[in-house]
Write a protein that binds this ligand. Structure first.
Ligand SMILES: C[S@@+](CC[C@H](N)C(=O)[O-])C[C@H]1O[C@@H](n2cnc3c(N)ncnc32)[C@H](O)[C@@H]1O
Length: 210
């Protein structure tokens, strides 16, 4: 049973993929106009711009796409085609209404992605590799669906990066399946944000599949 009001604190307190399914089912309809607008959410903009700035091209898979905010920025930058994957049917339904996506796929990233190998020239993700959501092991689900040379721009909440062991995972991947790893740090929220998370940061893991 969903016991918590959908908000940032509830999102950071999630523990399992099923918790995400429940929380985001309740949050989907007002995620953009409530949370994203009120908290001056910027991470999707930084992630999409980092991808474009590094020369990213379509086809792109937006992982944990939610309501499609990151893909909206990609589309504005002329990048496509775009596909979306997310565990929440309700978030994907909001995203689909925006007409951004060639395809939306309901999938739990911690269990792999039901997509053909080597399908994508780019993979982006904003806000999904965060506290209470998915950890470094989920990176293993992303690599098979990318083509050799594909560009990744994956935001990772900075506190989660430390606590969940992303450094060791990325270091291990850099020994083989990935190359050209960079980790620029950005603010997740803008100057209009309030509350204890207003100065939270994320690292954007930018790398290529070897
Ligand atoms: C904070 S929202 C970010 C959505 C969007 N990318 C953005 O920047 O607004 C996190 C998203 O991750 C999705 N998610 C959480 N756990 C997941 C999992 N195990 N597999 C796939 N998606 C997941 C949620 O359903 C939600 O849409």
């Amino acid at each position: 049973m969903q016991e918590k009001t959908p908000d940032l604190d509830a999102a950071y307190s999630l523990k399992t993929p099923q918790d995400s399914v429940r929380l985001y089912a309740d949050w989907a309809e007002d995620y953009d106009s409530g949370f994203a607008a009120e908290q001056d959410y910027r991470l999707h903009i930084h992630t999409a711009r980092a991808f474009a700035g590094a020369g990213g091209q379509g086809p792109v898979l937006d992982v944990g796409a939610g309501t499609g905010l990151c893909s909206e920025v990609l589309a504005d930058l002329g990048i496509g085609p775009l596909d979306a994957a997310d565990i929440s049917r309700e978030m994907l339904a909001v995203a689909a209404q925006k007409g951004l996506y060639r395809r939306t796929v309901e999938a739990d990233l911690t269990k792999g992605l039901p997509l053909a190998p080597a399908s994508y020239a780019g993979v982006v993700s904003s806000g999904t590799f965060t506290t209470g959501h998915v950890g470094p092991e989920a990176l293993d689900a992303l690599l098979p669906v990318a083509r050799p040379g594909a560009l990744f721009a994956i935001s990772i909440n900075a506190a989660h990066y430390q606590a969940a062991g992303f450094a060791a995972k990325l270091e291990a991947l850099a020994e083989g399946p990935i190359r050209e790893l960079r980790l620029p740090e950005v603010r997740i929220y803008g100057d209009e944000a309030a509350g204890p998370h207003r100065d939270d940061t994320a690292l954007i893991a930018l790398f290529e599949k070897a």
